[in-house]
Design a binder for this molecule. Structure first.
Ligand code: UD1
Length: 406
């Protein structure tokens, strides 16, 4: 287990470039199994979740080679294996194995998926999408038989179910329709990849029409990570500094910038995001599917509410507030208010605390950057799942931070 040691109270200045999006990379790595040939993926971040995903597809015989900033995945020859639970349980995105395996091998298994443990994370909509194509689900086994194109109607927005529906529709001969798709930017990176592999996919609003068939080698560029970008913007504000965050599409952070702008934080105009000033007013966020406020940034703004107070609600994961207990160790005061959490203006102090999950862990890191003195965050491995070179990037901005083995 690793720990981060942070000497807080130091304002951050300078420039930081975000890495390739984690949430775009994982669907592409898993869907590469549905293709026969070589995929070239540009800009894959070297983070824990990507390494686990590459190890997982390696179990099926995929050959992975790094060529500078590109990653080549050769899926010409694969063999079916049962998804190894010790790896699938590390990643929620391992559920994408179901769609990809069904297309490639005509069979799949229910995946013992894991990832951040902040709520029950159902997969009924994933299975409904596969069943609509004719897959038969009996116990843990999903059998393909003869897969057919179909019409899938989702009752709510789900990134994961949309990914599985797109992968399976792209690999089945004929025209499928998927209604109620999630519209997160990373969904459209997957669409680019599947198009490059030979599928024809068009969108009208949240309705996708997919003309699928044999999928072959493809190429795709992973864009900058909007969640990592929002995390560094939050770090800049938390520290009272002024950091320029680069390498991503600013429009993807509109709801985040709007919420912080309402609190009194100032943002420079331009392609990059430069935020300065502290939240002078109480502000609220309500996480919702894109283009709403991203659920992954909901924990990240909580420490910023220590300045003037605020209110948190999450319509994607209604109970995603467990991390607030850990922030309590740093002095952040909060209370439940129905399905919301109220955060009170609080003086933060250094603490020793255990990172509960990826974004909750980053929220603790922010609290540690804000508190004068030395803090320690245990189980930092979960933060490394999603943030490439985090200690190097933060040190480059002036933070006093180190990562050590415990
Ligand atoms: C969600 C987020 C994603 C974020 C990720 C990790 C949304 C829409 N999705 O993606 O941005 O990066 O968490 O924090 O913001 N659901 C069902 N049945 C299913 C699948 C999902 O009821 O079969 C529900 C979930 O309980 C949840 C909602 O749909 O309330 C969204 O889930 P989904 O988008 O699938 O989760 P992730 O793909 O993990």
């Amino acid at each position: 287990m690793k720990k981060l040691v942070i000497n807080g109270g130091v304002p951050l200045f300078g420039r930081v470039r975000v890495s390739g999006s984690k949430n775009a990379a994982l669907p592409i790595i898993f869907s590469s199994l549905a293709l026969r040939g070589i995929s070239r993926i540009k800009g894959l971040a070297d983070i824990g979740d990507v390494r686990v995903a590459l190890d997982l597809i390696g179990c099926y015989g995929a050959k992975v080679k790094r060529e500078g900033r590109d990653t080549l995945i050769d899926t010409t020859t694969l063999k079916y294996v049962s998804p190894p639970p010790e790896l699938t349980s590390m990643l929620r995105a391992s559920t994408y194995l179901m769609g990809a395996s069904l297309i490639r091998f005509g069979r799949a298994e229910l995946v013992n998926h894991g990832g951040c443990n902040f709520s029950a994370r159902p997969i009924d909509m994933h299975l409904d999408a596969l069943a609509s194509h004719g897959a038969v689900i009996a116990g843990d086994v999903i059998s393909g038989g003869r897969l057919v194109p179909s019409v899938v109607r989702f009752k709510k927005r789900s990134v994961g179910a949309t990914v599985n529906a797109l992968i399976s529709a792209a690999g089945i001969e004929g025209e499928s329709v998927i209604e109620g798709c999630a519209l997160e930017p990373h969904i459209f990176v997957l669409v680019d990849y599947l198009r490059s592999a030979g599928a024809s996919i068009s969108f009208v609003g949240d309705r996708a029409t997919v003309r699928g068939g044999e999928l072959s080698g493809a190429e795709v560029s992973i864009p900058g990570d909007m969640i990592e970008a929002g995390s560094y913007v939050a770090a800049s504000i938390a520290s009272g500094g002024r950091v320029q965050v680069q390498g991503f599409d600013r429009s993807e952070l509109s709801s985040f910038i709007e919420a912080l702008g309402a609190s009194g934080v100032s943002f420079e105009d331009g392609e990059d995001v430069v935020a300065y000033g502290k939240p002078a007013r109480r502000f609220s966020v309500c996480a919702a599917p894109y283009p709403g406020f991203p659920t992954d940034l909901q924990p990240v703004v909580a420490p910023l509410m220590s300045f003037a107070g605020g209110c948190l609600k999450d319509e994607v994961w209604r109970e995603r507030f467990g991390y607030l207990d850990g922030l309590g160790a740093f002095g952040l005061r909060s209370r439940a208010l129905g399905d919301m959490r109220e955060v009170f203006p609080s003086e933060l102090h250094p603490a020793r605390a255990y990172a509960p999950d990826l974004r909750g862990g980053f929220a603790m890191l922010l609290a540690a950057l804000m508190a004068d003195g030395e803090s320690e965050i245990y189980n930092a491995d979960v933060i490394l799942r999603g943030y490439e070179n985090i200690t190097e990037k933060l040190s480059g901005l002036g933070a006093e931070i180190s990562l050590c083995e415990m």
